[in-house]
Design a protein around this ligand. Structure first.
Ligand code: AMP
Ligand code: ZN
Length: 456
């Protein structure tokens, strides 16, 4: 199985550290709903997990819930996202986090995303973060600013910025912070006393006084707590490469003195006439799409039409086309399911599918293999259905589940009456009833296993 590792900028053969793969995915900042861009990233991560499972690996998947410390800039500038939500909604941070966490997990479920094994909340791991900062401090990587914040000293790390291949001398920062020795240094612990954030409600005691953690430290602390000091895969959207993940690596390796994560995978952005951002207010939710008549699976299929490292432009035309493709795919599968005739012929579909998904999760190719198999006249329906069920373990599109369509008692009786006429070779009456049903919008299809009906 080959995966593109952002750290080396190469597709690498995946070799897990231990039997069970440790997978950490950065979760949502729960100060608002997830937008469909966020959800693209969670679909990519779900595909990654499903491909690992398909290859026979056991996976221990941890996804954090960010309910403290994330500023609007991802760096140490801008406003605190939770403070913004408190002002906007006049609720406590806990109420806000609770509400949006539930909404987020509901979206994931609707999109058929396998739930992580653990979803730890940042606010429930403050002690772990404090202990990690203490380790980093003991190893000599921190300093205290005039404002009493604890900063990470990036000049102490030889390979700082290795993930993003940052050109450190050319870096520019948005706001100059006179507390920092180096503008690329970052906050590990915000101190309440020197804080520029007024009315900040989330504070805890610490060896450095009352305050709250910086954003990056939570992912290092929680991933190490649940997956160990070294683990296999860490993922997120591509925006996290230069700041969040860069800083996570610096502080984690400063604490342990060894390589932290082996493979870094990043999903490209979903764009919507420019960058979608919650803080700018131009974002679309899954529920908006549902309200317009699309199903969550239409959106999942839309996302799967692009490889995860390609930027995906969101358009209604694109979503419509995904919806139509999924509908015709499911109609074909329904026909196959209703006529399970077996015709065994040699084919390479499973092997081709495995090659595609193991080539850095090439789902667009995997989908085209599924389509070719479905249309293959040499292949029996029974064999096709087995392939569909197998491939759907990775695609997660619920391809063999159909909404039960119901018919009235009157129609049911007419269908039975026609069956009786047919058996008695009274074809005139049978045809008459078929026409009558057709007028009522019911199409009959005779098969070896009896009659099937569908709505027009
Ligand atoms: P956040 O709540 O900002 O931490 O974002 C949650 C996840 O969504 C992270 O993995 C981000 O990298 C990802 N993300 C944010 N915006 C987009 C976007 N427009 N397209 C794809 N992924 C995104
Ligand atoms: Zn993170």
């Amino acid at each position: 199985m080959k995966l593109y590792n952002t750290l080396t900028r190469k597709k690498e053969e995946f070799k897990p550290i231990k039997k069970t793969v440790g997978l950490y995915t950065c979760g949502l900042t729960v100060y608002n709903y997830a937008h469909i861009g966020n959800l693209k990233t969670y679909i990519f991560e779900d595909i990654l997990k499903r491909v690992l499972l398909y290859n026979g690996y056991k996976v221990n998947h941890v996804m954090n819930i960010t309910d403290v410390g994330h500023l609007t800039s991802d760096e140490d500038t801008g406003e605190d996202k939770m403070d913004l939500a408190v002002k906007r909604e006049h609720k406590t941070p806990e109420q806000i986090a609770d509400f949006y966490t539930k909404e987020f997990l509901r979206d994931l479920k609707l999109l058929n995303i396998i739930p992580p094994d653990k979803t730890p909340k940042a606010t429930e791991h403050i002690k772990d973060m404090i202990n990690l900062i203490k380790k980093i401090e003991k190893n000599g990587y921190t300093y205290i600013g005039k404002n009493k914040n604890v900063y990470f000293d990036t000049s102490k790390v030889k390979d700082y910025g290795k993930l993003a291949k940052l050109k450190l001398n050319k870096q520019k920062t948005k706001e100059k912070d006179s507390n920092k020795k180096n503008q690329r240094d970052f906050v590990l612990w915000f101190s309440e006393t020197g804080s520029k954030f007024k009315d900040h409600l989330q504070v805890w005691d610490s060896p450095w006084g009352k305050g709250w953690p910086g954003w990056h430290i939570e992912c290092s602390a929680m991933s190490m707590k649940y997956l160990g000091d070294q683990f296999d895969i860490h993922c997120g959207g591509e925006d996290h490469i230069p700041v969040h993940h860069t800083n996570e690596i610096a502080q984690s390796e400063a604490a342990t003195g060894k390589q932290w994560v082996k493979y870094w995978l990043h999903g490209a952005f979903l764009v919507l006439k420019g960058k979608m951002s919650k803080s700018k207010g131009n974002f679309i939710r899954l529920q908006d799409l549902i309200g317009e008549g699309y199903s969550p699976m239409d959106y999942r299929y839309f996302v799967l039409t692009a490889q995860y490292r390609s930027t995906l432009k969101f358009t209604k035309e694109g979503l419509d086309s995904a919806k139509n493709s999924l509908e015709s795919l499911k109609n074909k599968i329904k026909e196959i399911k209703e006529n399970p005739i077996s015709k065994k012929t040699k084919n390479n579909y499973k092997k081709e599918f495995l090659n595609a998904i193991n080539d850095d999760l090439n789902i667009p190719i995997a989908l085209s293999i599924l389509w070719t198999a479905i249309k293959d006249n040499q292949l029996g329906n029974k064999e096709k259905l087995t392939l569909v069920k197998d491939f759907d373990k990775v695609l997660g599109l619920n391809l063999t589940e159909f909404k039960k369509e119901t018919i009235s008692k009157e129609i049911e009786e007419l269908i039975q009456k026609r069956e009786k006429a047919r058996k008695e070779k009274d074809f005139k009456s049978a045809d008459k009833i078929r026409n009558e049903l057709n007028k009522k919008g019911i199409i009959l299809e005779d098969s070896q296993n009896g009659v099937n009906w569908k709505k027009k």
